[in-house]
Design a protein around this ligand. Structure first.
Ligand code: 13P
Length: 254
């Protein structure tokens, strides 16, 4: 049985003071909901403050990106080594990074391997564009992205990481994939893992859905067998909606 996960990607939102406040509000409501893995991913500069708030709780912290090198002349970048002690998870290859910052399947793969080497759990993002979706290419696109992201990763490591299927057309649009669509593509992701490794590894690997999830649609999404959780954007910026999603998921899995 895979443990469900509600991961909040705060993107480029919240000052340090606001991040602290949001983490405190979330901590007050869902600190003890152990049936669901809760992960908060604030901007880099907010990591110490959020980590501090959550220090004695089972709510985990994640970064939104990292560089693949441990250190060096990479102005403006943050390494896996620097994240140790500040984050347990790291989002890798979000479509916004692929779209606006030139990330490729190759750099995503380098980052996944670097994260694992530094003891961080990658939340690897994949997902197709609207054009690819309408062209019937969803399964093919996602298959390639997963294959490239996991190239050279061991079977033991794959079971620890998290894959998030986020169709680009559903992100921030208010137009989530239908639960059936999301389930089908999360199933494709799991099928790729089974093909690259084996069925037992695929059954142990968590696959999240992301894209316009909220406290209204999360129950239908979480009832899908291939979906193990959500990577939440907008709805994770308010304690009320994020915590409601955690509580709904906990009730479904009770
Ligand atoms: P929204 O939930 O705002 O659509 O964002 C999804 C996302 O990109 C999470 O990484």
């Amino acid at each position: 049985m895979r443990k469900p996960m509600m991961a909040g990607n705060w993107k480029m939102n919240k000052t340090v003071a606001e991040a602290k406040e949001l983490a405190q509000a979330i901590q007050a409501q869902v600190a003890t909901v152990e049936a669901v893995d809760r992960v908060l991913c604030p901007p880099f500069v907010c990591l110490p403050a959020v980590q501090d708030v959550l220090a004695n709780s089972s709510i985990a912290v994640g970064a939104q990106n990292m560089h693949w090198a441990a250190s060096g002349a990479y102005t403006g970048e943050v390494s896996g080594e620097m994240l140790q002690g500040l984050a347990q998870y790291v989002i890798i290859g979000h479509s916004e990074r692929r779209q606006y910052f030139g990330e490729t399947d190759e750099s995503v793969n380098q980052k996944v391997k670097a994260a694992l080497a530094h003891g961080l759990i990658p939340i690897v993002c994949v997902g197709e564009s609207l054009e690819q979706n309408e062209g019937g290419q969803t399964a093919a696109v996602v298959t390639l992205q997963v294959q490239d992201a996991l190239d050279g990763v061991s079977a033991e490591q794959v079971q620890t990481l998290v894959i998030a299927y986020e169709p680009i057309w559903a992100i921030g649009t208010g137009k989530a994939a239908t639960p059936q669509q999301a389930n089908a593509t999360c199933g494709v992701v799991r099928g790729v893992v089974a093909h690259m490794f084996d069925d037992a590894v695929a059954q142990a690997t968590r696959v999240l859905y992301g894209g316009s999830t909220n406290d209204k649609n999360i129950a239908d999404i979480m009832q899908q067998p291939e979906i193990d959780g959500a990577l939440i954007g907008g709805a994770a910026l308010k304690a009320e909606s994020y915590c409601a999603m955690v509580q709904t998921t906990a009730q479904l899995y009770a």
